[in-house]
Design a protein around this ligand. Structure first.
Ligand SMILES: O=C(O)c1ccccc1NCC(=O)[C@H](O)[C@H](O)COP(=O)(O)O
Length: 197
């Protein structure tokens, strides 16, 4: 089970997430988010973390020029993209990317194709709100290329057992408050995620 901790805003949280066992760190480049980080501040964090941890830039309805520029400036290895209005020309992105499928109802799962994707519960404010997806919608779906997000905590991760998700993504479930991670919650989250079968 791959584990991404999203909404990293400072070096200490990044180091604590890595020590807890996170595979990937998410940086929110959406200026309206309380977890927004300036690309050059993100770069300072990236320069200070050890190797073999993937850096993921989160973008909301941005075009490819902005995404390419920020990923270069902030040294992001992967772009996680919410693209509600088809702003992004994915063909000319310089970085690997993963699309976010914001699921409002079961029918939205028809958006899943053969690519890896991050599935998150639809919320008006775009994300990081702790809202959960209805797991039963995934009962007959191949989840092996899906990273599930939305309202996950160490207390409910066990409900994912049996679905075969590729990974989990968490933000608010491991926070002390918006923009500040809890070391203890991250340790508990990673421990439980590794128990999922
Ligand atoms: O974190 C934000 O503030 C945010 C703002 C705009 C779009 C997405 C945002 N966050 C996404 C995530 O952090 C995660 O990918 C995911 O939604 C999990 O969030 P949570 O339900 O808080 O665990």
């Amino acid at each position: 089970m791959k584990i991404k901790i999203c909404g990293i805003t400072n070096l200490q949280d990044a180091l604590d997430a890595i020590e807890a066992g996170a595979d990937a760190l998410g940086f929110v480049f959406y200026s309206k988010s309380p977890r927004y980080i300036d690309p050059f501040e993100a770069r300072k964090i990236v320069d200070a973390i050890p190797p073999f941890v993937q850096t993921v830039g989160l973008f909301v309805n941005e075009n490819e020029h902005y995404i390419n520029q920020v990923c270069a400036n902030a040294k992001m290895q992967l772009a996680q993209i919410i693209d509600d209005f088809n702003y992004t020309d994915f063909e000319i992105l310089d970085v690997k990317y993963i699309k976010v499928l914001r699921i409002k109802e079961k029918n939205d799962l028809n958006l899943i194709d053969d690519n890896f994707a991050l599935v998150d519960a639809f919320v008006e404010g775009f994300g990081g709100e702790g809202k959960r997806l209805a797991l039963e919608w995934f009962d007959k779906i191949d989840c092996s290329k899906l990273i599930i997000a939305g309202g996950l905590t160490s207390k409910n991760l066990n409900e994912l057992s049996g679905y075969g998700f590729y990974g989990v993504d968490v933000s608010s479930g491991v926070e002390e408050f918006k923009g500040k991670k809890s070391k203890l919650k991250m340790i508990e989250f990673v421990k439980e995620a590794n128990e999922i079968i």
